[in-house]
Design a binder for this molecule. Structure first.
Ligand SMILES: Cc1cc2nc3c(=O)[nH]c(=O)nc-3n(C[C@H](O)[C@H](O)[C@H](O)COP(=O)(O)OP(=O)(O)OC[C@H]3O[C@@H](n4cnc5c(N)ncnc54)[C@H](O)[C@@H]3O)c2cc1C
Length: 397
């Protein structure tokens, strides 16, 4: 709450793209539902900052909302290539495992080794550094995006398998129209020459030197200009959630995606017996890394709950029996592993899944094939909310 209270968006638009720029570091709080996107959005509406910064920050939050929607639509398939690669290289020409020099931050390239070291030490990387690292691994070293994505997911404090996999697929080109690459001019500019000036390969051996078109020609000699039409990813429009029928004696079930005392299910039944189950197999299945598990455990300290360890479904049902409950209340999640558990619980007791507080409300069924398509609808919804808050329209629709 302190983080949210002190949210500083000044110059987010002007400097946020630089590695030392003013970004918010809210991602771990958002990933584990310690802060909801709706709460952060509302704070962004009222903090003192320039118009462009407010708009760009809301767009960043929208990217998270977008990824959760793609996850809800695709389920576990989000972790497989969504479209063919547009690099001209066959899938089997990519190495399947991450070479040791990358893992050990010993490639000899100051920037890449610096990113890996920072990720391993702090668990955090600026978005641009994440994209550069991903592009280097996938395109310069021709390693399968899955290997790079899994490596980063081991360490990221905001490690979110769905968001991470989508972003890696976007760099690789299995969820974008073209592979993402960069050049040294961009790297020097946005890192303010932090790496290049001391890099042993700055004069001879920097693979990022040259114009971006020439780099792309070198990396993708067999790339055609045929555009591959991606299949539509049509989700349903948002509907007003029906009034929730509360069981007479519910229990409240917390989970790792909504780790705040005020999540929607908790608000509905503030006095119901509450449980949190620490299930290592569930964490494994959902790709929650060790630091994520620690963050969740720490967040639990601010919540009223009995703590149990073991199988999520068995322990929840045992807790429900203990309290002679006639139903389970839980806040919705897009995570397939949690959804499977909710269905499993539903075989034994009625489960009421309470919708998350919406970030935007989409009146038309969105095509989630690209962020831009979702964004065309989402910004209308954000405009409506911001004009209700009496501020200037944020986006021209
Ligand atoms: C290859 C790659 C992997 C990534 N993996 C993750 C991940 O595992 N978990 C994660 O939360 N983000 C991930 N991102 C998105 C983004 O890099 C981080 O959310 C952001 O850097 C976090 O820093 P911040 O909170 O200071 O961001 P800010 O710039 O302050 O943005 C505010 C919030 O908006 C959301 N956001 C911003 N950019 C994105 C984006 N591109 N996609 C989705 N949400 C976004 C985050 O919740 C973030 O906290 C990844 C991006 C790339 C390119």
């Amino acid at each position: 709450m302190q983080r949210l209270e002190s949210l500083d968006l000044r110059n987010y638009a002007e400097h946020g793209a630089y590695l030392d720029g003013n970004v918010t570091h809210l991602s771990a709080y958002i990933r584990f539902g310690i802060l909801s996107l709706a709460e952060v959005r509302d704070r962004a509406f009222v903090v003192d900052c320039d118009h462009a910064s407010r708009a760009l920050f809301l767009q960043a939050l929208a990217k998270y909302d977008y990824a959760r929607r793609v996850l809800a639509l695709l389920g576990d398939e989000i972790h497989l290539a969504i479209e063919p690669l547009k690099t001209g290289w066959a899938v089997d020409s990519y190495e399947r495992s991450l070479p040791e020099d990358i893992r050990a931050a010993s490639t000899g390239l100051s920037c890449i080794d610096g990113f890996v070291a920072e990720l391993r030490e702090t668990g955090y990387l600026h978005e641009r550094a994440r994209r550069w690292l991903a592009a280097y691994i996938v395109h310069w070293r021709r390693i399968a995006w899955e290997a790079g994505a899994n490596f980063v997911l081991e360490y990221a404090i905001d490690g979110d398998r769905a968001v991470n996999d989508l972003a890696w697929q976007s760099v690789a080109s299995s969820f974008s129209d073209a592979p993402y690459t960069f050049d040294r001019t961009e790297l020097e500019r946005y890192s303010r020459r932090r790496f290049c000036s001391a890099c042993p390969k700055r004069v001879d051996g920097c693979p990022f030197t040259g114009e971006s078109e020439r780099i792309a020609e070198r990396l993708f000699p067999a790339r055609g200009d045929e555009s591959i039409v991606a299949p539509e990813l049509r989700a349903a429009a948002d509907t007003r959630a029906p009034a929730v029928q509360l069981p007479a004696r519910p229990i409240l079930l917390h989970h790792f995606g909504a780790m705040r005392p005020t999540h929607p299910a908790a608000r509905l039944a503030p006095d119901a017996p509450a449980v949190f189950v620490n299930d290592a197999a569930l964490y494994e299945e959902a790709g929650v890394n060790q630091v994520g598990r620690t963050i969740v455990y720490a967040a639990l300290g601010s919540m009223r709950a009995e703590y149990r360890a073991g199988d999520f479904v068995e322990e929840t049902l045992a807790f429900a029996r203990l309290h002679e409950a006639d139903g389970i209340l839980v806040t919705e999640s897009a995570e397939p592993a949690l959804r499977r558990r909710f269905r499993g619980l539903g075989d034994a007791l009625p489960v009421t899944v309470v919708p998350e507080d919406p970030f935007v409300s989409l009146e038309e069924a969105p095509d989630l094939r690209r962020f831009s398509r979702y964004w065309a609808l989402a910004r209308r919804s954000l405009n409506a909310v911001s004009s209700a808050a009496n501020s200037v329209p944020l986006f021209s629709n």
